[in-house]
Design a protein around this ligand. Sequence first.
Ligand code: GDP
Ligand code: GDP
Length: 435
Amino acid sequence: MAKPTVAIVGKPNVGKSTIFNRIAGARISIVEDTPGVTRDRIYAPAEWLGVNFNLIDTGGIELSDAPFMKQITAQAEIAIDEADVIILIVDGKQGVTDADEQVAHLLYRSDTPVVVAVNKIDNFESRTNAYDFYALGLGDPYPISGAHGLGLGDLLDAVIRNFPEVPDDAPDNSLRFSLIGRPNVGKSSLVNAMLGDQRVIVSQVAGTTRDAIDTKFVADQQLFTIVDTAGIRKRGKVYEKTEKYSVMRAMKAIEDSSVVLVVLNAEEGIREQDKRVAGYAHDAGKGIIIVVNKWDTVKKDNHTQQQFEALIRSEFQYLAYAPIIFVSAKTKQRLGQLPSLIKQINNNHTKRIQSSHLNEIIMDAIGMTPTPTIKTRKLRIYYVTQVATAPPTIVLFVNEPELLHFSYRRYLENQIRKQIDFTGTPLRLIARKRK
Ligand code: GDP
Ligand code: GDP
């Protein structure tokens, strides 16, 4: 469960984003395309030799108006705070510079293991340039070429060798959820208000970072874990206010959760950044609840809630399945309903439907609205079966997968949702050719 994090640091133009894309690239492209969701490519899940980790390009996090050294110092601090292993990238064509030495010095003082990657070593002859970087005092420099994909295997071998031996989180069957949203929507207030009434469970296992960053509590006869409570409560660092950093933090939390609470601020309405983080949760296939906080600040009449709901539905069209709850961390309005709602969404997210039931639903649906015919070829659906949960994933065995168009797929999804409660969870429908 506890996936290690690798952060890439180094001064501008050494090739950080090139290497980030090399290591993470293949994984990024599988994520389905959601219209209107732009991607911040500073955080991505990655894998090497079957070992999964999170990868962060700290170069993408910029403080506005800060001078060069301040920028890379903040980036190094983020890496030290967030990562289990740091890749320091330097430019093998340029040789050792003052900036490299300063970053190396900062990293040297932390306990986090550092692997030095000497980039732009594009051919065998220039490999000797890498030896100069022993001067940084951070161990063996690894010659690589991000542009040509050379040396990355040896580098990643060194990275995963340095991963901590995490004592696997005792599987406690807790329901892991996170709160994501822009700064100031009230995430931290919601956590405090929710925990106010609960008995917070302090983990017995001392010294593991995960226990320090998550909080467990029991409600509704269920053990819950709030993922990354420490991140939600903030530590007062300058870079926490940057949008990229908060997005990166949200992406990590999403990945580590079963259910995600997308928190909106009723006082300020919906912003671009709200849609972006919600889009990540949708892409990741998590259970989702839209939580409209600060409901106490809104002047209400009989239509206010309906109007706000309609606005959310039009702005977050891809989240049609997510329930909306209007709350106030300040007055605690409806907060008591959250645990059971989270539990219900998690049940839907992990629901398994018998094939016989699914086939009945699909055959009835075809009976009401026959499958489309495209250029004389008619879509035939022979059999359907659920192949995975979290999110529920249903495979349709068909004659020609290309014939299952968006609108008919949506029709089938709606028919399934009419018969089975999948509130709060995305459904994946995949067409496969019957062999
Ligand atoms: P960042 O600012 O550290 O993220 O650096 P980028 O990844 O944007 O790369 C900076 C420049 O170096 C770009 O022009 C890249 O094409 C180039 N570059 C990256 N990796 C290599 C490499 O392995 N060899 C060479 N020759 N150029 C590279
Ligand atoms: P975060 O950045 O998302 O964690 O937001 P905070 O929890 O720090 O809240 C930001 C500000 O909004 C603080 O001043 C809170 O007191 C205030 N706030 C949070 N929730 C509510 C609420 O439900 N009603 C009102 N009126 N203010 C709230």
